[in-house]
Write a protein that binds this ligand. Structure first.
Ligand SMILES: C[S@@+](CC[C@H](N)C(=O)[O-])C[C@H]1O[C@@H](n2cnc3c(N)ncnc32)[C@H](O)[C@@H]1O
Length: 359
């Protein structure tokens, strides 16, 4: 059994080799965190170029291959391709043995277009419009981005919801292990800002008698129509195009209302109002499913959530991350009880909250 050193100041991690000589040669911190940020820009564009050049799908079809063969197949410059492939290896996104390159497990799962958790369509659109990052300092000075996606939401959201579908569908399917929507006999679902409708599709597939009202802007609903058709549940869906703040939804009607990644672009008033609308549309005993990248009260223990919130701030008028404290306060103030937080798959969080029978 490891025992603690009797004199903590003499622990191995506190010797001069680690800390420098006190008072005389203070050892400065490494520059690695700064370099990793600088390289972040290049890393992203390396991956984007690899997707654009079809590298992962081509390697899937060829299997392990030499760069000279791959460059001929892709009709690209061999030395430039080699540089790109080596960079992908350095980033942990490909494997390489001598001159032979092949997909590693990460690439097979997330980067091929038919991978089981493919993010291939998400990569180009996930950061939002790239120019908004270039003018971030200006956005912070002015308190709003120069070209917010709010000006033309559908041209941003159509490719985005295509890209996020696989991940959200996995989260929605796995959520059943914790919340057991599959035990409901004939649930009626309202999915607000449904995108490709991953939540509705997961529920409709688990419950053969379920029906869903699927809302989004009309152009985005075309994605939902395609996805529900592909999953053979379209005949149990009603599509309601329009702004979810303006449409009227039935009162005391739904067993499940889904707010999947819609609140963090809405600002406090918009998010609260959506939660209140969800409450009034639910039957007593019905449940709200509120998915987002929630962050902690001190805003530092979930860096992924913080950066997702930043992405929203960079490209929307009202977008900010939502803290767990805000979410639970809004849920309780709207009348919900039995509030529960689950993580159906890594880094995807979901509040489940119930409308009481005696509200
Ligand atoms: C990040 S996507 C989430 C899609 C889906 N709910 C999911 O969890 O994968 C946000 C969606 O909300 C929709 N949306 C945003 N504002 C809306 C509004 N005012 N009315 C209806 N839909 C809206 C967008 O078009 C987009 O499809």
């Amino acid at each position: 059994m490891a025992v603690d050193a009797p004199y903590p100041e003499l622990k191995k991690t506190h010797t001069m080799a680690h800390k420098g000589r006190p008072w005389t040669d203070y050892k400065p911190p490494p520059a690695a965190p700064v370099w990793s940020v600088i390289e972040g820009l290049g890393s992203y564009y390396i991956l984007l170029a690899a997707i654009e050049l079809d590298i992962f799908d081509t390697l899937e079809s060829t299997g392990p291959v030499k760069v000279e063969v791959l460059s001929k197949k892709l009709k690209v410059s061999q030395p430039h391709l080699q540089s790109l492939l080596d960079s992908l290896v350095a980033l942990g996104l490909l494997d390489q043995f001598v001159n032979v390159y092949e997909l590693n497990d990460t690439a097979k799962r997330y980067l091929t277009s038919d991978g089981p958790a493919s993010m291939a369509n998400l990569i180009p659109v996930a950061p939002g419009p790239h120019n908004n990052w270039i003018s971030l300092a200006e956005t912070i000075r002015n308190g709003s981005p120069s070209t917010p996606i709010d000006d033309d939401p559908t041209s941003f959201y159509v490719p985005l919801v295509e890209g996020t579908f696989t991940t959200m569908f996995r989260a929605a399917t796995r959520a059943d292990l914790k919340i057991r929507y599959s035990n409901l006999t004939e649930p009626h679902v309202l999915d607000l800002g449904a995108g490709g409708a991953p939540w509705s599709i997961a529920i409709l597939k688990a419950c053969p008698e379920a029906t869903a009202v699927i809302n989004d802007f009309s152009q985005v609903l075309e994605v939902a129509k395609n996805k529900t058709k592909e999953h053979k549940v379209i005949d149990r869906c009603e599509f309601r195009p329009g702004d979810f703040h303006e449409l009227e939804f039935e009162i005391d009607t739904y067993d499940l209302v889904v707010l999947g990644h819609v609140c963090r672009t809405e600002g406090e008033d918009g998010a609260k109002s959506l939660i209140e609308r969800a409450f009034s549309s639910l039957k007593p005993g019905g449940r709200l499913l509120l998915a987002d990248y929630f962050i902690d009260m001190e805003r530092k223990f979930n860096p992924h959530g913080v950066l997702m919130g930043m992405t929203m701030m960079t490209s929307t008028m009202k977008g900010f991350p939502i803290t767990n404290e805000q979410a639970t306060t809004w849920l309780r103030e709207s009348g919900f009880d039995s509030v529960r937080l689950i993580e159906p798959i890594g880094f995807q969080f979901l509040y489940v909250a119930t409308k009481p029978f005696d509200y």
